[in-house]
Design a protein around this ligand. Structure first.
Ligand code: AVJ
Length: 742
């Protein structure tokens, strides 16, 4: 018996002869290429027989987690269903090996040649690939029998010793099967989460007709009106449920209906029923004992309260029973009746015109029509044919011992558009939706600076209360020569967030040895204008603007190459970052500028609260307008309907975190629409729009040090104090940075 190693290499040799194996494409022509090498020794035949069993077995092992229903699903036109792969690989052996080389072999089923031929024109017509998912028959059991039948014949053939040509065919068949194993692994029908499918609104006929059996509560069939909606084609999975749990799903009252929250507390619910926490994570008590929670499987055994809380968390809702029935009838849904009953948001009540059956069976359904919620679909334990698309199951909202699962739905607007943001939506839209959906509403301050916002900031700088700009500019002027003294001939000045490049001129005037200027700013217009003005006023200077968000990793233009780099980051803009963001920025600048560089940073310093608060809440109201411009910008760019007068500007000093905070405070309970979403504000609720961290010389030096910079000099103004720091790389040891961030 040969070992696996030589086995593999003999396969590779075969491979070399015919170039790349492109499975089926290799076949009919390839067959004639095989040299005749006479009958093989029985050792080799045994080895081949073993390998045959192993490969065939592996295919079945891969398909093992699939239920019969999974086997049929074709997730997309190009991907064949699992059942088809199992049959097609078998058909391959039957057609190219047994039918030709096994005397007297009779095909398992003549019809299979049509169904399981992939694309061999020579072998006649076949099932179109995109329609392989329609093959409910032969069923999985038939396919297993087919595999056994062919396997028996192949092994018998191998037992008797085979020709080189036949052996090559077996090896080809196995290589072909291994390729299909890979395809089988790509059948994503089992584990994928749901996708929303849209339906336009309009009249819909709900309920059962008299034509076939139905319970009285499914009748009478009647017309109801649906608003446009979208509904998930699959059920919420355990994996998704774990994410809900990890996000505090069972601990956040705002997600829950009032009665549900009471139960969460009194029953200490923290997971679906039958889930138990083990040292290795969550397990689930099943009919077959304790099993690790399968992340890909639909969640079951959840109450209506849990389903509703989950939907809230997922920015969705449960479907109404009419929506469910409409979508199921339209064929949009998977996992309709084979996995779990699905909570709807519909109260279990009488359809219009309902009359209880006029016999004892009339007691059957009608008298339960209070305090219960409808579930639709069917469960894996439901007797076959018991579930119908009109079937109305019902349970009380707290019950969860049954196979109950969750399918999500969402509203569409009247033109049938989803509220899902797509790649076509701006970063601004994405950040606004995320920020306004958060438990503590917040927006990134970088969005202040559209054209209107930049002008409003200029207005702030002219108010008597807002000192930073004035004080920093004065400091720069006063110490310009000292600040720039070390800058060598031919250096490049790289400015982050250059705006109008006003302060730049102070540096350029004091340091004519600077040969190039790279202003970096996200606002293309402002950048182009400022660059043109600087070029005009400093004709010998090479100006190479970079229109990019300076918080992203940027690349320097060729004009900067080979020059000593001087970074310039004035305005205390570093104060707007979180500590993590500041470190990320300082580290990336450290890399960008290199070992032999300088970074000049302006930073505002901690001082008395009154001075700080006044600077961010000037009497004239410039800062309030600046703050509210963010809402105006949302209205302008994202179709928002913010009422600017319904919010108050708030500036507060957070002493603990050493930062000024700006908020917008809702004056009343209100609903706001923006970026295809709806947001609720409670009276007094805050939208946090900016932090402006204030430093001490020590806190700043610590921050810089953590990013590989050391403060080589600092200039500090008189009160109100503002600082300019000159930073140099702390060490040119290339491993230094890594050691610092552990
Ligand atoms: C331009 C970011 C430095 O934080 O002080 C002014 C912006 N916010 N008034 C700052 C700002 C409110 C300013 N920076």
């Amino acid at each position: 018996m040969q070992r696996l190693g030589s086995n593999a290499s003999s396969f590779n040799n075969a491979d070399d002869r015919k170039g790349t194996v492109s499975s089926d494409a290799a076949l009919p022509g390839a067959r004639t290429n095989f040299a005749r090498r006479g009958l093989r020794a029985s050792d080799a035949t045994n080895e081949l027989s073993d390998r045959y069993v192993r490969v065939r077995h592996r295919t079945e092992a891969l398909a093992k987690p699939l239920r019969p229903e999974d086997m049929v699903v074709q997730s997309m036109p190009d991907a064949s269903p699992a059942k088809w792969h199992l049959a097609h690989t078998t058909w391959f052996f039957e057609t190219f090996l047994l039918s030709i080389h096994s005397p007297g072999y009779r095909v398992f089923d003549p019809g299979y040649s049509y169904l399981f031929n992939s694309y061999y024109e020579a072998l006649g017509p076949r099932q179109p690939r995109a329609q392989r998912g329609l093959l409910t028959r032969p069923c999985s059991i038939d396919i297993v029998a087919y595999r056994r039948y062919v396997d028996g014949h192949v092994r018998k053939l191998l037992q008797y010793g085979i020709s080189a040509e036949t052996e090559d065919l077996v090896r080809l068949g196995l290589a072909h099967e291994e390729q299909h194993q890979e395809l089988l692994l790509m059948v994503d029908a089992v584990g994928r989460g749901g996708r929303f499918k849209g339906m336009s609104g309009g009249p819909f006929e709900l309920g059962a007709t008299a034509a076939s059996f139905a319970f009285d509560n499914e009748c009478p069939r009647h017309t109801t009106w649906l608003q446009p909606f979208e509904i998930s084609d699959r059920l919420v999975t355990n994996g998704e449920w774990l994410a809900f749990m990890a996000d505090g799903g069972y601990a956040r009252p705002e997600l829950w209906l009032s009665d549900g929250w009471t139960l969460v507390q009194s029953e200490a619910w923290n997971s679906p029923l039958y889930w138990v926490q083990t040292p290795d994570g969550w397990s689930q008590m099943t009919f077959r004992g304790l099993r690790t929670v399968e992340t890909d499987a639909p969640v079951t055994h959840v109450s209506y309260y849990e389903a509703a809380a989950y939907a809230h968390w997922a920015s969705a809702r449960l479907p109404t029973e009419a929506e469910w029935e409409c979508a199921a009838r339209a064929g949009l849904l998977e996992q309709v009746e084979e996995v779990a009953w699905q909570w709807t948001q519909s109260a279990y009540s009488a359809y219009p015109g309902f009359r209880p059956a006029e016999n004892a069976a009339g007691e059957y359904n009608g008298k339960f029509m209070v305090g219960q919620v409808v579930l639709r679909g069917g469960a894996s334990v439901t007797p076959a044919h018991h579930s119908r698309l009109t079937y109305r199951n019902f349970y009380r909202p707290e019950q969860r011992w049954m196979f109950s699962g969750v399918r999500l739905a969402r509203d569409l607007n009247q033109s049938g558009e989803s509220s899902e943001l797509t790649a076509a939506d701006s970063d601004f839209a994405v950040d606004v939706v995320a920020g306004l959906s958060a438990r503590e509403k917040t927006l990134p301050p970088k969005y202040f600076y559209d054209a209107a916002g930049s002008e409003l900031f200029e207005a702030i700088s002219r108010t008597p209360e807002y000192y930073p700009t004035r004080v920093e500019t004065a400091l720069l002027r006063q110490f310009a020569l000292e600040i720039t003294v070390g800058i060598p001939e031919g250096a490049v000045l790289v400015e982050f967030g250059s705006g109008a490049s006003d302060k730049t001129r102070v540096i350029l005037d004091a340091a004519p040895q600077i040969a190039a200027y790279v202003p970096v700013d996200i606002s293309e217009d402002a950048l182009a204008k400022a660059a043109a003005a600087v070029s005009r006023d400093y004709p010998k200077l090479l100006v190479a603007p970079v229109a990019e968000d300076f918080t992203d990793a940027i690349r320097l233009p060729a004009a900067a190459h080979g020059r000593v780099k001087v970074g310039f980051f004035p305005g205390s803009t570093i104060g707007n970052f979180t500590e993590a963001e500041a470190l990320r920025f300082l580290r990336s600048v450290r890399q960008l500028l290199g070992d032999n560089s300088v970074l000049l940073i302006g930073a505002d310093l901690v001082k008395d609260e009154a001075t700080l608060v006044a600077a961010y809440d000037d009497v004239e109201g410039a800062t309030a307008r600046f703050n509210k411009n963010l809402l105006a910008r949302i209205n302008r760019e994202l179709g928002g309907d913010f009422d600017l007068d319904a919010f108050d500007h708030l500036a507060i000093w957070n002493a603990e975190l050493a930062r000024m905070e700006m908020h917008l405070v809702s004056r009343a309970d209100q609903i706001v629409n923006a970026a295809k979403h709806t947001f609720a504000f409670k009276a007094g609720e805050r939208l946090h729009t900016e932090n402006s961290h204030k430093f001490t010389t020590k806190s700043f030096a610590d921050l810089a040090a953590q990013a590989g910079w050391s403060v080589s000099r600092e200039w500090i103004s008189g009160a109100p104090q503002f600082a300019i720091f000159s930073l140099t790389p702390e060490s040119s040891d290339p491993f230094h940075l890594n050691r610092r961030n552990n």
